[in-house]
Design a protein around this ligand. Structure first.
Ligand code: GRG
Length: 296
């Protein structure tokens, strides 16, 4: 195991334990809701957002306990978005992380409530204990998390995505959608991780915000490539269209070769901007490379 894969495994493991502690126990009333919340969050997922939080924290020497708290909030919000995204009124998926989706395993009303409760639990979690040296900074961080989650972030991106079904989008429109839908939480993960530690200069923060934006898009370009490859391999479908609901993707607009090239260019942009941070940016640089090369 390389030092980087060991680091990843450590963060994934500590995130799992932190989430286990942060979520209400399954035997506390309302037990069915709590059981479903735990089902949605625990025991699955790559934990990309916590990895980004901890990599961001390395840039500012942040305390791991603060980073765990922020990671839990991001994973709860991410899990809520997946539970709602899978519901019949959205993507209508029956499997997530190799298990029946929450509305299939429980029921639709429970799935709706799981999302609602996870979202509010996330904000309670980052308000419950210090995540920054200065309380004013903590409030600003919670505000950033709200902005990244709401109508000018992830939920807004999802609305744009739903409106785009069956439509032609330009590359700029596709990018705008993904900057919000997937990108906003990924960008917030790095920014919030950095802010858990010592204060960096405005210029450094702006650079890292740009890196977060690039990594968010990069993640989506790679996701589209992996989806297209899986479709082509298993079903012989036309690569690049989300077969279930005919959504435009990077592959449908650019083709797989150009999409792969774009991912490499974005990766290089992020790595160039991280270079001046030296060793402090090492984990984020490694994570960027990992996101481009990942096969799942
Ligand atoms: C319902 C408000 C609302 C928002 C939903 C993020 C999102 C918005 C929907 C997810 C749809 C989707 C599958 C997008 C593709 C990229 C993506 C976010 C994949 C899932 O994230 P991963 O790969 O998942 O980090 P794991 O399971 O590893 O946590």
């Amino acid at each position: 195991m390389t030092a980087f894969s060991q680091w990843m495994a450590d963060i994934q493991q500590r995130t799992e334990s932190a989430l286990d502690r942060a979520l209400p126990a399954a035997d506390i009333a309302p037990a069915r809701l709590h059981e479903a919340m735990r089902y949605a969050v625990l025991g699955g997922g790559k934990r990309v957002r916590p990895l980004l939080v901890h990599a961001g924290g390395q840039l500012s020497g942040a305390e791991p306990e603060r980073l765990d708290r922020v990671s839990c909030a991001l994973e709860m919000i991410h899990a809520y978005s997946l539970v709602h995204d899978d519901m019949p009124c959205m993507d209508d998926d029956v499997l997530r992380r190799g298990k029946p989706t929450v509305h299939v395993q429980f029921d639709e009303a429970t799935a709706l409530l799981v999302g609602d409760a996870l979202q509010t639990q996330a904000f309670q979690h980052v308000a419950d204990a210090p995540i920054a040296d200065d309380p004013r900074r903590q409030i600003a961080m919670i505000r950033q998390l709200a902005q990244a989650t709401g109508s000018r972030g992830m939920a807004g991106g999802q609305a744009i995505d739903l409106a785009a079904i069956g439509q032609q989008l330009s590359l700029a429109e596709l990018e705008f959608m993904h900057i919000h839908k997937t990108g906003a939480l990924i960008r917030a993960s790095i920014n919030l991780g950095v802010q858990c530690g010592r204060t960096l200069t405005d210029e450094q923060m702006a650079t890292l915000d740009h890196v977060g934006k690039v990594i968010g898009l990069l993640f989506q370009v790679v996701d589209d490539i992996l989806d297209a490859e899986a479709d082509t391999a298993t079903l012989g479908k036309t690569a690049g269209k989300d077969a279930a609901n005919d959504k435009p993707t990077y592959v449908s607009l650019l083709g797989v070769t150009r999409a792969r090239q774009l991912a490499e260019e974005m990766c290089q942009d992020a790595l160039d901007r991280l270079a001046p941070f030296g060793d402090a940016g090492q984990r984020l640089a490694e994570l960027t490379r990992f996101i481009v090369r990942r096969q799942f």
